[in-house]
Design a binder for this molecule. Structure first.
Ligand SMILES: Cc1cc2nc3c(=O)[nH]c(=O)nc-3n(C[C@H](O)[C@H](O)[C@H](O)COP(=O)(O)OP(=O)(O)OC[C@H]3O[C@@H](n4cnc5c(N)ncnc54)[C@H](O)[C@@H]3O)c2cc1C
Length: 378
């Protein structure tokens, strides 16, 4: 396998570096005004939705250029590529793959011009890992579906304009539990939707419970056919788990950790000279490199026109273990001083959530065991 980039790709990398040097707002999390300006500059260059086809208004970049773009932005600690992570990471690609022409015309321009904000309605109480058993129902009445049920852990439902949502359309007990699952695109201001906040253990409100009572949704807002929802979101989930640009984010966390070890003491010496600390740092480095190469393998599949594979679960699992172990090491190095320093503490608490979002570690292990290693189910 050739891991080198072509001269054109390296030239593109230089272009991104120049852009970042000239336009970086000085922080990864700018205020709304500075973020709007940053997004406008990205839109000008068509770097939001950069790898989407030009026919749908995308930048027409290759998936490798998209990878370089994300890698360089992350390495430079630049703000994100647009506001709408979920919209850009899976709603847009699902619309391009499954949407009607009318749906593409309606939704893609807002995504590409940083005007959209989507949330994702998969999980329900008792149906998180076991997503195929979801119970939220949609009953067809003429040209509309009438939706009743509940979603939970819905990130940003209190701010999103639309929800990318899975419902169950079949009423019989079909042999395949995923058979009746259908994907609907629902405006969050529809009558009958109620959003209730859930505050996380770091005191942040990003999750919600969302209740649907007789919510009417035009049939034209169905993505894919009735009963095809499982296929629509499985591609989306693989994108969510690929973790390609996240390897660069982990490189930065490792740099932070090395700095912390340099400034901390263990057994009367700088912690960076301690053999056990060095071994852990080296293990992070090795696993981050594996993550990046596995991400490149995912890209290679995409370049060959193949569907995202279950191998993305490897990166999801790696990322989770790296995050938890990094924060444990950091808090150990800080000792009692850690109580006065919020950064690694907040990361440590947040990581317990981010390892679960998009599918828990055990679920990734099941996927790897059954679908990659071919081990028996029981
Ligand atoms: C940060 C974050 C953001 C999220 N954002 C969203 C969102 O925007 N939209 C959305 O719909 N959902 C979201 N979720 C929900 C997330 O998808 C679910 O929490 C996740 O799928 C796990 O489901 P659960 O919470 O019901 O846990 P459960 O499925 O009840 O799992 C509990 C435990 O049992 C284990 N387990 C379950 N089944 C098996 C099995 N078959 N084999 C082995 N172990 C098993 C799990 O690994 C876990 O440890 C988010 C969650 C987090 C933490």
């Amino acid at each position: 396998m050739d891991f080198d980039f072509t001269p054109e790709e390296e030239a593109f990398r230089d272009e991104v570096r120049r852009f970042v040097a000239e336009n970086h707002p000085g922080t990864e999390t700018p205020d709304p005004g500075a973020m709007k300006k940053w997004c406008e500059k990205l839109v000008e260059r068509r770097w939001i939705g950069f790898s989407w086809p030009t026919e749908v208004g995308g930048g027409g970049g290759t998936v490798l250029q998209q990878f370089i773009l994300k890698e360089e932005m992350s390495a430079a600690r630049a703000p994100s590529l647009g506001f709408d992570f979920m919209g850009l990471t899976w709603v847009g690609p699902a619309l391009i793959r499954w949407g009607t022409d009318q749906q593409k015309r309606r939704f893609l321009p807002d995504l590409l011009n940083a005007r959209s904000l989507w949330c994702t309605g998969y999980s329900e109480p008792d149906h998180g890992s076991d997503l195929g058993s979801l119970q939220c129902r949609a009953v067809r009445e003429g040209d509309e579906y009438v939706v009743n049920g509940q979603k939970i852990w819905t990130t940003l439902a209190h701010r999103a304009k639309w929800i990318f949502m899975l419902v169950r359309c079949d009423t019989d007990s079909s042999p395949s539990k995923v058979r009746g699952i259908t994907c609907l695109l629902i405006p969050m201001d529809s009558p009958g939707i109620e959003v209730q906040p859930i505050v996380s253990l770091t005191g942040v409100h990003s999750f919600n419970q969302v209740f649907f009572k007789d919510v009417k949704v035009p049939v034209g807002n169905r993505l894919g056919e009735e009963g095809q929802g499982w296929r629509v979101v499985m591609g989306a989930l693989a994108h969510e788990r690929s973790g390609i640009s996240e390897a660069t984010e982990k490189v930065r966390h490792l740099e932070d950790l090395i700095e912390l070890a340099r400034g901390s003491r263990k057994n009367g010496r700088p912690a960076l000279e301690d053999a056990s600390v060095r071994r852990k740092l080296a293990s992070f480095q090795a696993r981050i490199s594996a993550m990046r190469l596995n991400g490149v393998r995912h890209l290679t599949r995409q370049l060959r026109g193949e569907a995202p594979s279950t191998e993305t679960s490897i990166n999801k699992l790696l990322r989770g273990s790296i995050e938890i172990e990094m924060s444990e090491l950091a808090l150990g190095l800080q000792g009692s001083e850690g109580q006065c320093e919020g950064d690694w503490q907040a990361r440590s608490l947040n990581f317990h959530g981010t390892v679960i979002g998009g599918g828990s570690p055990n679920i990734q292990r099941n996927i790897i065991a059954e679908r990659i290693l071919g081990l028996p189910k029981d």
